[in-house]
Design a protein around this ligand. Structure first.
Ligand code: PLP
Length: 342
């Protein structure tokens, strides 16, 4: 049986065009700063987001952690939403890598407001843990792919700038957010001091994330990358996959969003589903009926050839991506409707 893969958009495989481009990539030693393909990718993203510099690294976790360690000192704190990837899913890296604390806020589907942030900044008092970074996530993975409005980002950015608090964006799925709102990379470059961008999620590259920021920040981040063991050599084949993704696989993200909406509509009619979180991008989070357990539901769906992920005990997550087309959507509908699950 052909499995329908909806656990994550990280399951995408390089397309034929991407593989060809990778094989043809000019290469060099990136630790010496001599891989032309890596340099081209970094320059492309720095220019796109209108930042001075960029740094290519193996994962989104590493690019977030580089940004935190390059910005926040031991004993200071990062302010973020309680659903943040940097807090929940990076192995305690804020503490382990930067020696920093974290102040968690409860936002709306993972989105914070300027007033919440304002109220959370530590007072200028020797007893307090000094607030040294605000980190937002967009789209919010655990918020079901929720996105920030431009108005909200204008307010938060102006506030942080006026108070000299560095503002970081975990933009693992930033291109999904832009596909919905029409905001541009330059808008984000204006709002944020640092942005991490994943190439290996919806964009469909096999590996890689890029951190953008100003030159002195990226220099510090590069030292952190080396310390974390992320200095790499002929990484250009991966960089070229990223360039290919940016050139050819951004416009199609809208299709993923449409198919995600279709999945939510199908799921809402199932008797074992209570409701779905609002679908804005490529993530569908389904709440199952009380008394059911997400892991057992996921196991039952796997028997029907549908792979999805438990998201806590009461929720199941489906993520659409370039490996899931309209035929797969039809097959998904047939299979999930035939699932007698209780
Ligand atoms: C996937 C993801 C990351 C980074 O993931 P890696 O697997 O380390 O590349 C960071 N933030 C968010 C919101 C993510 O979804």
């Amino acid at each position: 049986m052909k499995f329908i893969e909806l656990r994550s958009d990280t399951f995408t495989l390089p397309t034929a065009g991407m593989r060809d481009a990778m094989l043809a990539a000019p290469l060099g030693d990136d630790v010496f700063g001599e891989d032309p393909s890596v340099l081209a990718l970094e320059e492309k993203l720095a220019k796109m987001f209108q930042k001075e510099a960029a740094l290519f690294c193996p994962s989104g976790t590493m690019s977030n952690q580089m940004a935190i360690s390059a910005t926040v000192s031991k004993g200071q704190e990062v302010i973020c939403d309680e659903l943040s990837h940097i807090y929940l899913y990076e192995g305690g890296g804020i503490m382990a890598n930067a020696g920093a604390s974290v102040k968690l806020l409860k936002g709306d589907l993972g989105r914070l407001t300027k007033s919440q942030i304002e109220a959370a900044i530590s007072p200028d008092d020797i007893h307090a843990c000094e607030s040294a970074m605000v980190s937002l996530e967009n789209t919010v993975n655990k918020g079901g792919g929720s996105v920030y409005s431009s108005e909200s980002l204008d307010e938060i950015s102006s506030f942080c700038r006026a108070n000299a608090i560095p503002l970081h964006l975990d933009g693992a799925r930033i291109f999904n957010a832009m596909a919905v709102t029409g905001q541009s990379p330059a808008d984000f470059g204006g709002w944020f001091d640092s942005i991490s961008i994943c190439l290996s999620k919806g964009l469909g590259a096999p590996v890689g994330s890029v951190l953008v920021g100003d030159t002195s920040f990226i220099k510090k981040a590069k030292r952190v990358r080396k310390r974390l063991g992320g200095g790499w050599r002929q990484a250009g084949m991966l960089a070229v996959a990223g360039i290919y993704a940016l050139d050819y696989q951004v416009d199609r993200l809208k299709e993923d969003h449409q198919r995600a909406k279709a999945i939510a509509e199908i799921c809402e009619k199932l008797d074992w589903v209570q409701n779905t979180l609002p679908v804005v991008t490529n993530i569908v989070i389904v709440k199952i009926q009380p008394g059911l357990n997400s892991s057992s539901q996921v196991a039952l769906l796997a028997q029907k050839g549908i792979k999805c992920a438990p998201f806590g005990a009461e929720y199941i997550r489906f993520v659409t991506h370039l490996g899931f087309d309209d035929d797969d959507l039809n097959l998904f509908e047939q299979r999930i409707k035939s699932s007698i699950i209780s």
